[in-house]
Design a protein around this ligand. Structure first.
Ligand code: NQM
Length: 301
């Protein structure tokens, strides 16, 4: 099927630069997506946006260009609970990709086992209201209980202001819990203020909680954007990400978020996004944990 993209849609950056930062061997891009192609893998009727295509081969070409060894592909909401495009990518990855899917309560145990064999290691629960319709918490808790015996984890995506309301649910989850994009802090608020302190408390009090220190391009208010050779991009995000990396070095992950759905004002050069990493993980040991040890343990362990 042919699709019209959401008006104002920004396509991923074609021809990214070669990063100056040399990724350690075995590095994992632990948050990225595939979109379609729509002709082959239709977008979900209930989607809140219609993206450009971003195929598995384009993702794997980016992986090789940037110097990553592996990918973790996360189901994007534009594909709903139809994980076909993601599973196709895993099947063509030579075991160099793992997946995080979206499932509904009616998923069968056979389907879960088949996805496990295909390289799926988690489910994603999305609480960002512009992206998904509401799913009752008892349904999500039932799914979490069913995937726990497989050794899978739950990936959660939410906005910082919603953490107090979601706290009891998140802290009752029976698995490892991985937070997308640091729980989307408002970086115009102080890094030592109450909102971010609550997120730090969440990680401190619950050792099963991990965080992706990803998406500065989405969180930054002041920029400057990762474009035109900029080596000091998204400075307002650095204190937040750095604090998480330095406090919880064994529970952090990093990903490009390619193809960067729903960005409104610019599309980053992914090579320059990689050059952001040494600003938030400032030693080779922190870099190795963030990019190699932690994702390898969680997804290939
Ligand atoms: O790509 C991301 O992680 C962030 C997204 C999109 C998303 O989560 C989805 O469509 O599933 C966003 O903030 O719009």
């Amino acid at each position: 099927m042919k699709y019209d993209k959401t008006p104002g849609w920004l396509d991923w950056y074609d021809g990214p630069s070669k990063p100056r930062f040399k990724l350690p061997p075995g590095s994992v891009d632990a948050h990225c997506h595939v979109f379609g192609p729509g002709e082959q893998f239709p977008f979900a009727p209930e989607r809140k946006y219609t993206p450009c295509d971003a195929s598995r081969d384009q993702l794997f070409a980016l992986r090789d260009h940037l110097g990553f060894d592996k990918n973790v592909i996360v189901q994007a909401t534009c594909h709903g609970a139809d994980n076909s495009a993601l599973l196709d990518a895993l099947a063509h990855s030579n075991s160099r990709a793992r997946g995080v899917v979206t499932v509904k309560r009616n998923v069968t145990d056979e389907q879960l086992h088949a996805m496990n064999a295909a390289g799926v290691r988690g489910v994603r629960f999305n609480f960002v209201k512009r992206l998904v319709d509401f799913t009752p918490k008892d349904e999500l808790m039932e799914i979490a209980a069913r995937i726990a015996p497989l050794g899978w984890h739950v990936v959660i995506y939410f906005e910082a202001v919603d953490l107090p309301e979601l706290w009891d649910f998140f802290t009752a989850l029976p698995t490892t819990v991985v937070v997308d994009h640091m729980g989307r802090p408002d970086v115009t608020k102080p890094v030592d203020g109450p909102e971010f302190a609550l997120f730090m408390r969440f990680m401190r009090e619950y050792p099963n909680v991990w965080s992706k220190v990803s998406c500065p391009e989405r969180l930054s208010v002041g920029g400057p954007p990762a474009l035109n050779g900029e080596q000091n991009a998204y400075r307002d995000v650095i204190p937040f990400a750095r604090q998480i990396v330095e406090t919880f070095p064994d529970r952090v992950l990093w990903g490009t978020d390619w193809p960067h759905p729903n960005l409104k004002n610019h599309m980053p050069d992914d090579g320059l996004l990689v050059d952001f990493i040494p600003h938030i993980a400032t030693t080779s040991e922190l870099q190795r944990k963030l990019l190699v040890d932690n994702p390898t343990r969680l997804y290939w362990g």
